[in-house]
Design a protein around this ligand. Sequence first.
Ligand code: RIB
Ligand code: CA
Length: 305
Amino acid sequence: MKNKKIKLILNCDTGIDDAVALLLAVKSEKFDIKLITTDVGNVDPKKAAKNTNNILELIDAPNIRVCQGNGKCFKKERARAAVHGNGGLGEYEFEPNDRVVDGTDAVEAMYETLNASDEKITILSLSPLSNLAKLITKYPTVVSKIEKLVFMAGSTEQVPNGEMPYPEFNVSCDPEAAEAIFSSGIKLEVVPMEMGHTAYLDWQDVFNTKIQNYAGSVLEVVFRSYKDRHVKNGIATHDGCAVAYLTNPEIFKIEPVNIAVQYFESIKSGVMVMDFNAEPNAITCTEIDIKKFKKLYYNALKKCK
Ligand code: RIB
Ligand code: CA
């Protein structure tokens, strides 16, 4: 049915663009968010869980179960940059609130939620795929309960053979996890970093955010902490684009693609390589309507207090 809500598990590493994603996801009213889990990534999952609850409170979200991961990569730990500040949302001090982090481990909570559901559940991942790789390794049968995985990762940047595509963080932070997911048989839909670099919020948007309402005045301070060096005059909206891909796929150009992980000694890690000429195993988006994305953003922001 047209208006049926999408049953969703949201895996994130709340960070600044994850906050944009939470705003768009909650205010779209298109999701029945069963669970939010925090993963390896921008900050440790404990901090990401607290950040997630702070954003949910700020945007007046309904109560949603939040569970933190164990913070360990699937196979091998790798260095992480503080692009989102040490706190993950810059250093902003949020008002205290009553939201709690459930004590169940994220992977166990994912398994419980998927197992208990009488319908398949869509998973939206906005972080490295560590929790998900652990989930399908420990509970392989649960793959049949996953409708599809929409995830922010990688780069469509085409580079001459043998050269390295840009090492996008959600893959290069845990490439072994990405490899496990890419070969899992789960339906894969990937939103690469070019979307968030194209549909970035410029400084005028950030100022408009500040003067929109209280929530906007907080988000503006958080946004100014973002250090994604690809976007010079504003903030990238990577994870927000992944939500928009689920709520409004019509604002994207969508194409089949072959995705794989390739390791490069120079970075002692792996990156996602995208081949539009090989046998497809995923779909991706190659263009985004900036104006329509920003309309989704402002519509969501205006629903805040
Ligand atoms: O490379 C961008 C991705 O890495 C985003 O999800 C950002 O939040 C970080 O997790
Ligand atoms: Ca993220």
